[in-house]
Design a protein. Structure first.
Length: 134
């Protein structure tokens, strides 16, 4: 049925718009981003107990760069089985607003930023990711 295809497309667009607006609202409230990198071994996909390095992004220039970068991203959907090499936590003062996980090995020259529920993802170049966390 053609109407089913149109309905499915509308639902996908609405979900994409919701996720884009949700992230934008979060970013407007964010005054600190905490990035943690993790050392994974073997077949482990997530071990957020073994922090390798932790950084806080609080400089206005870095927060602005983060916002500019995320304004250009398209919302992706569900992505199966990524590994958590980094976590990115968005804060408003001391209140954590949201945590995203980041996989930097699954896709060549790309970083996959994904919701902890795996339902929403964003793909950026690995170079942009590294520039963001330096």
């Amino acid at each position: 049925f053609p109407s089913h295809d149109i309905t499915s497309t509308k639902i996908e667009e609405n979900n994409s718009n919701y996720n884009t607006n949700f992230l934008k609202k979060l970013r407007l409230k964010t005054n600190r981003i905490e990035i943690c990198s993790y050392s994974l071994s073997g077949n482990t996909s997530e071990d957020t107990t073994s922090v390798f390095e932790q950084k806080n992004i609080i400089m206005k220039e870095k927060l602005k760069a983060f916002n500019i970068l995320f304004d250009t991203l398209k919302v992706g959907g569900y992505y199966c089985c990524p590994k958590t090499h980094y976590t990115m936590k968005l804060f408003d003062k001391n209140k954590m607003l949201k945590r995203f996980n980041v996989d930097t090995f699954e896709m060549k020259n790309k970083a996959l930023i994904f919701d902890t529920s795996y339902q929403t993802s964003y793909i950026i170049s690995l170079k942009d990711w590294r520039n963001l966390i330096e």
